[in-house]
Design a protein around this ligand. Structure first.
Ligand code: 2NL
Length: 346
């Protein structure tokens, strides 16, 4: 009788202690400690179970039930408290991250592309529609891709006019986007039609029409029996697509080391319609599109046999084109990253 009573009392006191600890527990760790303390291998309730065996048989049954009830109350209590803590943590997180999705937005500023990027995209679209591929290439180039392969050896006078920025390892900032096309020629098998738009660099004295970095878009077509007639057709198509109507143009011979023969295409000055003004330096014409038939040495440098294939190539200065289209008098506006300027082209 005494043994049963004392076990009953002990169960009650263990349970009481357990309940108050459970009420006080506020973290996962405290709950785990409590579980070990009550139900672990050396836990208090576990200890009580172990003593059941020593009770007389007639007392064992009732005492066993009491211990088991206590154990399941402890299990359930810990589980419920754990769920309660998890709900509380979630609610606290939701409260702290609350946001009102019905609030008006601040009306984010939607930017616009730079006018040079816009014109580059437009011209790319014109050439893509004629079956050209758009290539890219590195702005830091080797002497080979920028000069040697373009028929401009180290002692060529053209190098004086294309002074640029050199890196300590001998590489340089490309002086034209032609290097993109040289890389293209060495990787593609003719026939192909490619354009290479991008930035180019020169060591210039900066003024209203010269900058140390500028934008070009060059193109080339290589196939069997390509001749000047193909070149002139593509030029004319390009111009009427850019300006929206046929332009009065003239062709004259021009010299570039990487073409033979070389051509300059001028368009009639839009400002004075050929009469002569400050913009066209009183000539009535504006140089727009240098071009020519790719020089056999350049074809060879691109692993193309000039006996079998020929091609035309051309260059377009994008900054100049933007300036003409919008009547911008100073190239430096294009490089200033001044939003008051760029926003006008949105
Ligand atoms: C310029 C560029 C021209 C080309 C560029 C070219 C490119 C290769 C082969 C042959 Cl890979 N030609 N591009 C052709 C003719 C003129 O002008 O800087 N003009 C001011």
């Amino acid at each position: 009788m005494t043994a049963e009573l004392s076990l009953r009392d002990e169960i009650q006191s263990v349970l009481q202690e357990f309940r108050s600890s459970l009420g006080a527990a506020s973290t996962e760790k405290e709950l785990n400690d409590l579980r070990v303390h009550a139900l672990g291998k050396n836990g208090k309730l576990t200890g009580l179970s172990k003593r059941l065996g020593k009770l007389p048989a007639d007392e064992r049954k009732e005492a066993g039930q009491l211990v088991n009830q206590a154990k399941s109350e402890a299990e359930r209590g810990i589980d419920e408290k754990r769920q309660h803590l998890a709900r509380e943590a979630l609610q606290a997180e939701l409260d702290s991250e609350w946001l009102d999705v019905t609030l008006d937005s601040r009306g984010g500023a939607i930017g616009n592309l730079h006018p040079v990027t816009q014109i580059q995209n437009e011209i790319e679209d014109v050439f893509i529609s004629m079956g050209f591929e758009v290539l890219d290439g590195p702005q830091v180039e080797t002497d080979h891709y920028n000069f040697e392969a373009l028929n401009i050896p180290a002692d060529h006078p053209a190098r004086d006019m294309q002074d640029t920025f050199y890196l300590e390892d001998g590489n340089l900032l490309r002086t034209h986007t032609s290097s993109i096309q040289v890389r293209g020629m060495t990787h593609l098998k003719p026939p192909f039609k490619i354009i290479g738009p991008g930035k180019a660099f020169r060591c210039e004295r900066i003024d209203a029409s010269h900058e140390t970095s500028f934008h070009q878009l060059e193109g080339m077509m290589v196939d069997r029996d390509i001749n000047l007639a193909h070149l002139i057709y593509f030029k004319q198509t390009l111009l009427s697509r850019i300006f929206g109507r046929e332009q009065v143009t003239r062709l004259r011979p021009g010299y570039f080391p990487f073409v033979e023969p070389g051509l300059e295409l001028d368009i009639q000055c839009q400002i004075c319609v050929g009469k002569g003004c400050a913009v066209c330096k009183y000539s009535g014409w504006i140089e727009l599109l240098p071009s020519g038939m790719v020089h056999p040495n350049v074809l060879r440098a691109g692993n193309i046999d000039p006996e079998e294939f020929s091609g035309f190539a051309f260059g377009l200065g994008l900054d100049r084109l933007v300036m003409m289209r919008y009547g911008i008098e100073d190239i430096r506006h294009l490089h200033r990253a001044d939003l008051r300027f760029i926003e006008q082209f949105g």
